[in-house]
Design a protein around this ligand. Structure first.
Ligand SMILES: CC(C)(COP(=O)(O)OP(=O)(O)OC[C@H]1O[C@@H](n2cnc3c(N)ncnc32)[C@H](O)[C@@H]1OP(=O)(O)O)[C@@H](O)C(=O)NCCC(=O)NCCS
Length: 96
């Protein structure tokens, strides 16, 4: 199958090149968001999600039990628009 959608990665690194956090976007779908355990609750994921929104991120899927991620995405302007019992589909509200 031909891949017609580019995936772009946003990474936050420390001075020594240590990976602190990353997230990816394919089309308008945000995925693979992850912040290293010791760097959590410092706004790193918020920064990554804002950058991914800037790159066109508008949708994502999150496990219904992943409350930290759900709260984070809600703070960033996403709302739950669908629920298949395991995953919520969230969409960026407001703006476009
Ligand atoms: C979810 C995750 C990316 C959040 O990263 P983070 O850098 O700690 O997030 P931030 O510091 O930007 O948090 C922003 C807001 O999200 C919410 N939040 C984040 N972690 C939370 C937690 N453990 N419990 C409750 N709310 C949480 C809070 O509202 C927080 O704002 P506050 O700190 O002012 O209260 C991180 O916990 C992680 O990597 N988890 C494992 C991978 C994962 O679940 N990825 C998402 C897949 S869809």
């Amino acid at each position: 199958m031909v891949m017609d959608r580019l995936t772009t990665e946003v990474s936050i690194l420390r001075d020594n090149k240590e990976l602190i956090g990353k997230g990816r976007i394919t089309g308008d779908v945000i995925h693979d968001l992850d912040v290293e355990l010791k760097y959590r609750r410092r706004g790193i994921a918020t920064e990554i999600v804002r950058k991914l929104i800037g790159l066109g991120g508008r949708r994502l899927f999150v496990h219904v039990k992943n409350m930290p991620a759900i709260r984070l995405y809600q703070k960033c302007g996403f709302e739950i628009v669908d629920d298949d019992g395991r995953f919520y589909k969230m969409r960026l509200m407001g703006g476009e």
